[in-house]
Design a protein around this ligand. Sequence first.
Ligand code: FMN
Length: 351
Amino acid sequence: MSDARWLAGLEEQARRRLSPPVFDYVAMGARDGVTAAAAASSWRSWSLHPRVMRDVTTVDISTEVLGRRTAVPFGVAPTTLQRAVHPDGELAVARAVAAADGLMVVSSNAGTRFAELAATGVRWWVQCYLPADRRLAEPLLHRAVAAGADAVVLTVDTPVVGTKYPRDDGPVVWDVVDPEILRVNFDPGYDDAPGSAKALDLGAHDIEWLRSTTGLPVVVKGVLRPDDAVLAVDAGAAAVWVSNHGGRQLDRAVSTATVLADVVAAVAGRAQVYVDGGLSTGLDVVTALALGAAHTFVGRLLLFALVEGEPGVTRMLTELRAQTLDALRLCGARDVAETHGLVATTAPTSL
Ligand SMILES: Cc1cc2nc3c(=O)[nH]c(=O)nc-3n(C[C@H](O)[C@H](O)[C@H](O)COP(=O)(O)O)c2cc1C
């Protein structure tokens, strides 16, 4: 099977190979799944506007992310339960991403200890949610800093966890996963501590609090509006990450492909802008770059590839790299910067 076909068939393969509760947990969106379903087609509704007669013998798809080069313009978004998808979980991902000289964002809910991940040599950032009592977040953040995270990603789209309906009355993922692989970087008893529920009062001041607590640049993930992006940057965010959490939070939230260009325009170069949501091909990645993203991230595509362990993740990253390179050449772009603006101006019609 060609690598392109394999990549396109990853979700179906995961559906066959994962237990239904695990597959459903990964694949589903919140509520009616409207936002989750719209993500992929929103990228496809943009048209690329290529240049021709340009020498594309040498093409560089590396990007600079928070001052450091990464070899590819797509990284791994933070996702929980990687060890439920494959026993090697985050370690398999870290090894493959390290070999590809990419960037891995590690969920605060990860099932592998930060120090173990860092030992692979991968470049990684830690993602966090903040609890009502901010001080309870400090031990996990300090562990991440000690293990060498080089940025902290604050997820701001989750004051409450979006409701996801199980497919039927059968078991849900929490009934079938080993509790040993859940949230291993938290202090024992964290969930029972008063004030550990997710903060309902997140604000701009939390960005400065996180920056001073960790000493790391803060990336604000889950922004969909230009005014919120400006608020985050004014408050000191080093980057804004356009995301609707893979459609797992507010259903009917707008697609990231629809709002990306407006957020980039509002930020006006004062900070980097990243994006995720429904990206599964090199053409999707290049469309996001053309709309002004400095970097892109994949969530489910990574999890579906992880079904095959580290070789699966390596194959996914290699194929996505090849597709991205091809798309750049076909666009007449010799590097990521030259993709900017290569989109037709018609607004996308789907969500
Ligand atoms: C199974 C699963 C778990 C996730 N866990 C987290 C998480 O712990 N923290 C977070 O900020 N986002 C989380 N996300 C959202 C991803 O970081 C990302 O925004 C989203 O998956 C991108 O969309 P895509 O899956 O279509 O690529 C999760 C997504 C999935 C599918």
